[in-house]
Ligand binder design. Structure first.
Ligand SMILES: CCCCCCCCCCCCCCCC(=O)SCCNC(=O)CCNC(=O)[C@H](O)C(C)(C)COP(=O)(O)OP(=O)(O)OC[C@H]1O[C@@H](n2cnc3c(N)ncnc32)[C@H](O)[C@@H]1OP(=O)(O)O
Ligand SMILES: CCCCCCCC/C=C\CCCCCCCC(=O)OC[C@@H](O)COP(=O)(O)O
Length: 273
């Protein structure tokens, strides 16, 4: 029994020591802590959401947003947001942003407008308590391997957006990417906006390469710039305009990404390609 009590005590001494001496330990510790803490937060949020809304409801995103807001401090991250005024748009719209890591959830919750949920890969629904909280928050799950299924889910989503006055956040790169640039955009987000005839609001996260390096196993403290760009109207557009709309959005976001990342990385070495 006495020995058992010593274990947490020993851990309390060893963990800070390792945190000070090994950046690889910090990397794994922060990653593990992030996932574990989000799981715990989701576990707490589940009954709150069920009590408030009785089940799957976009209003649950308010609870989820509130619960996640402090996590940045625990990981030593800070957000610098610009362009808040562009989110002051009435009614439904599609938010599009670049996608570097699951850490993007922190930035998303930093600026998530009311009545806004996201589109996510269907595998996320199996992620334990996080999966359940995503479902309760009204997240729209798509099967990326079956384009026809994904298209029909998104066509339904376009209708729901208008019927229920909902905003949707889509990651048009379609996967996580940390190559120091944006991946070519998939078309779903743009079809969605055109079908619903709602504006697109592009949001850009600066490169994480000044604090989070997967290959080098580094996860330092850092600043993330979040730039909200002016909305792009889609009124009157048809599916024929989707490609040019996607290209235009890509060019605007890429320029903003290089701009805000450059001003961070200039003092921390170049963006990695
Ligand atoms: C309290 C504790 C909290 C805990 C914590 C909570 C966390 C709470 C936040 C969670 C946050 C999660 C974040 C998850 C983030 C991800 O899961 S990212 C991955 C999932 N998301 C996406 O993939 C979205 C982007 N992908 C797309 O939009 C893709 O277009 C689709 C719909 C999947 C289709 O993919 P695809 O077939 O590979 O790609 P694509 O080349 O775009 O399309 C092929 C053809 O179909 C056409 N097409 C595409 N879409 C359509 C459409 N909708 N209609 C008609 N035609 C279409 C295209 O135009 C194209 O035709 P052509 O132009 O070549 O003739
Ligand atoms: C039963 C246990 C399963 C454990 C799974 C752990 C789940 C993660 C838990 C906590 C992290 C909180 C944030 C969750 C939301 C992150 C969603 C995300 O970033 O999904 C990746 C997806 O965008 C693209 O996937 P790929 O890059 O194509 O792959």
């Amino acid at each position: 029994m006495d020995v058992l009590w010593m274990i947490p005590l020993l851990l309390l001494m060893i963990i800070p020591l390792l945190m000070c001496t090994s950046s690889t330990f910090v990397f794994y510790f922060k990653k593990f802590f992030y996932v574990a803490w989000m799981m715990v937060l989701a576990l707490i949020a589940i009954p709150l959401c069920i009590l408030k809304s009785g089940g799957r409801d976009i209003e649950n995103m308010r609870i989820i947003r509130f619960m996640v807001r402090h996590v940045k401090y625990l990981l030593g991250l800070r957000f610098e947001v610009s362009g808040w005024e562009h989110l002051q748009t009435e009614g439904p719209y599609v938010v599009i942003s670049n996608h570097q890591s699951s850490l993007d959830v922190l930035g998303l919750m930093e600026i998530l407008p009311d009545r806004c949920t996201t589109i996510a890969k269907k595998e996320l629904v199996y992620a334990g308590t996080v999966g359940l909280i995503c479902w309760l928050g009204g997240i729209v799950f798509i099967n990326r391997k079956k384009t026809s299924d994904a298209k029909s889910v998104m066509a339904d989503a376009a209708k729901t957006m208008l019927d229920d006055q909902i905003r949707l956040w889509v990651f048009p790169e379609g996967t996580r990417n940390q190559n120091g640039d944006l991946l070519p955009f998939k078309k779903g987000a743009f079809h969605l906006a055109v079908q619903a005839q709602v504006p697109i609001i592009p949001v850009v996260f600066s490169s994480y390469s000044n604090f989070y390096l997967r290959k080098e196993k580094q996860f330092k403290s850092g600043v993330i710039r979040l730039k909200i760009l002016p909305k792009i109207e889609t009124k009157g557009m048809t599916s024929d305009d989707v490609s040019s709309l996607s290209d235009k959005s890509f060019d605007l976001m890429r320029a903003a990404f290089l701009d805000i990342s450059d001003s961070i990385t200039r003092s921390n070495g170049p963006v990695r390609h």
